[in-house]
Design a protein around this ligand. Sequence first.
Ligand SMILES: C[S@@+](CC[C@H](N)C(=O)[O-])C[C@H]1O[C@@H](n2cnc3c(N)ncnc32)[C@H](O)[C@@H]1O
Length: 287
Amino acid sequence: MVSFKNILNNLNLEVDGIYSGLKSNANDQKLEISLRELVASKNYSNYLKSVAKSHSIKVMDYEVERFLKKMPQNAVILDIGGCWGWHWRKINIIRSDIKIIIVDFVRSNLIHAKKVLGDLVGNQINLVHADATNLPFEVNKNFKGFNGVWSVQTFQHIPNFSKAIKEVNRLLLKKGFFINYSLRNTPLNMLVFKIFGKKYHKKGEVNGSYYLERASKNQLRTLTDYFGKENVFVNYSETLFHPDLKFTFSGKEDNYLGYLDILLSFIKPFAYFISRQSSFLCKKNNI
Ligand SMILES: C[S@@+](CC[C@H](N)C(=O)[O-])C[C@H]1O[C@@H](n2cnc3c(N)ncnc32)[C@H](O)[C@@H]1O
């Protein structure tokens, strides 16, 4: 069984309870770092209430459980761009055998994660301050790689997408799974924006805040180059949840429309037209 010590051996655990693993500055994401630091400097009395403004909690809880079913006993998962870590808040109830490492390049986000995750941090979960394109972990005789790499709406902000995927591939164990969720060019939303004469952002810098490239054919090609066409699967999620159309009430943890949202994502043509998020699930089968 792999221990955290095998993976985090070279990193310093600082007094804030977070491991330092930043090897270089992400110069192409400076704008985003400033924005995220500003957001993190605020106080949050109810984290899940804030999360529900930008994610459907029920949908993502379901996605977490689906991914965990693919994980073997005692698996270790890397969450890239894990921010407040809320996806893993129930990991001790769902899978007490699994260990998680959450990476984010904004340290203050990980300070919030400590509040969301409480005692899980230092036990089932560890937090690492690091950049997705230059991760501080080594594969060696004591650590052969992660069983799963999970990332939600983070790679869409990384201009050097293929550098980050190279890191995933380096650190993913053979037969392991990588899943990447991104916003997508939703036909319904593009239509609504067109009708109201509003610009729909597809790729590039968003109003001096961050880089955003929605799920694209280029990204899919990069993934199939690494993992093979037969090992990359596309799915859709967050069908009823649309912050850009001011439609967010289904996102709350206790809103039962979240279940309907999950069901609708199985009706593929409908989900294709309406869902806001794509996932690319990749299996490392090719070595
Ligand atoms: C849109 S948020 C998503 C947060 C989280 N995954 C969730 O689902 O709530 C993107 C997160 O990725 C982090 N991030 C963006 N680029 C990164 C990079 N190159 N390396 C590490 N973290 C990054 C940001 O700091 C932020 O916390």
